[in-house]
Design a protein around this ligand. Structure first.
Ligand code: NAD
Ligand code: LMR
Length: 325
């Protein structure tokens, strides 16, 4: 039997976690031979609901679930953890942009970043989900300088999966036939869902769809899908977000599929001219518990101008949160 891995999850009594926690405990994220200990953080008023979630997790009798720690103390939640899933934050409502959440949510990530800096393993793998995810991850990173900065990432896998579905539907195939879609930039409407290198059953996707479909329908559909779900459901995506988190962390820990790319928002190392340190979504491959940004792709003027627009948005969000870093 392997040693258990400790997984900290914040916002554990919320909507996303009601799907996420059960999938982690069943082995879908870290493998069906990897025991886990869940370290669940909530704000004090939500602890009662979190105790009920713990009851239900226990009632599933998951063989891999070794322990569940429920707490409102971040020092306990992040102690000795291998992984932190930073979900706890306000969701937006109809008519709001994700960046409108920055004022309320930014301070959660500065204070939790400081605690992570103090008590977490230096190589902890972090995925920020709470919106605006890229800039919250940026705030966390700046408040946790002792943590391996490469490992502070944000979720754009949900956007990647949305792009896979839209392209599969358009080309009348299934998502398993599609490879190498890319989400560049911010998890916002400026994100760049790019099919330049995508293939459908090994043929170039761009030969199967019109340029106008890609630019005028696919890109806005993927970029605004979160708002469309809110309009339809009355609250933001939850099960699909949990699924994106599972995919992001599973591929990072266990490796991404051979010959394919996935999208992760990671600290820029200057690749593709993006300002170093911004948390920017790139195409990556994952192997041996690490990720690598796919390098040396030719970028068209059209995609480049969109990538720069998204980078500029991240720069202005960073400017807005200067007092938190
Ligand atoms: P929710 O309101 O159902 O749950 C959030 C939970 O976080 C609540 O239980 C709340 O008590 C808790 N919380 C608040 N402050 C906290 C703190 N300081 N420490 C610990 N817990 C805290 O919301 P949800 O639907 O689960 O969404 C959570 C966040 O994820 C939102 O910001 C949402 O916009 C974002 N989201 C991101 C993506 C993405 O792709 N990046 C997708 C979906 C949702
Ligand atoms: C999503 O993309 O579904 C989430 O970021 C929630 C939102 O506010 O759009």
């Amino acid at each position: 039997m392997k040693q258990p891995m400790r997984v900290a999850v914040t916002g554990a009594a919320g909507q996303i976690c009601y799907s996420l926690l059960f999938r982690i405990a069943s082995g879908e994220m870290l493998g069906n031979d990897q025991p886990v200990i869940l370290q669940l953080l909530e704000i004090t008023p939500a602890l009662k609901v979190l105790e009920a979630v713990k009851m239900e997790l226990n009632d599933c009798a998951f063989p891999l679930l070794q322990d569940i720690i429920v707490t409102d103390d971040p020092k306990i939640a992040f102690s000795q953890t291998d992984i932190a899933l930073m979900v706890g934050a306000k969701p937006r409502g109809p008519g709001m942009e994700r960046a409108d959440l920055l004022k309320d949510n930014g301070k959660i990530f500065s204070s939790l970043g400081k605690v992570i800096n103090e008590v977490a393993n230096k190589n902890i793998k972090i995925c920020v989900v709470g919106n605006p995810a890229n800039t919250n991850a940026y705030i966390l990173a700046k408040n946790a300088p002792s943590i391996n900065q490469r490992n502070i990432t944000a979720l754009t896998r949900l956007d990647h999966n949305r792009a896979l579905h839209q392209l599969a539907e358009k080309t009348e195939t299934t998502v398993s036939a599609i490879q190498k879609v890319i989400i560049w930039g911010n998890h916002s409407t400026t994100q760049v869902p790019d099919i330049t290198y995508a293939t459908v059953s090994n043929d170039r996707a761009k030969d199967k769809v019109d340029d106008s479909w890609w630019k005028d329908e696919f890109m806005p559909c993927v970029g605004k899908r979160g708002a469309a779900v809110i309009a339809a459901r009355g609250s933001s995506s939850a099960a699909s977000a949990a699924n994106g988190i599972i995919d992001h962390m599973r591929d990072w820990c266990l490796g991404s599929a051979e010959g394919d790319w996935v999208s992760m928002a990671v600290p820029s190392d200057g690749s593709y001219g993006v300002q170093a340190g911004l948390i920017y979504s790139y195409p990556v491959t994952c192997q041996n518990g690490d990720y690598s940004i796919v390098q040396n792709l030719d970028i068209s003027d059209f995609v480049q101008s969109k990538m720069t627009e998204s980078e500029n948005e991240l720069k202005s969000e960073a400017e807005l949160v200067k007092e938190l870093i």
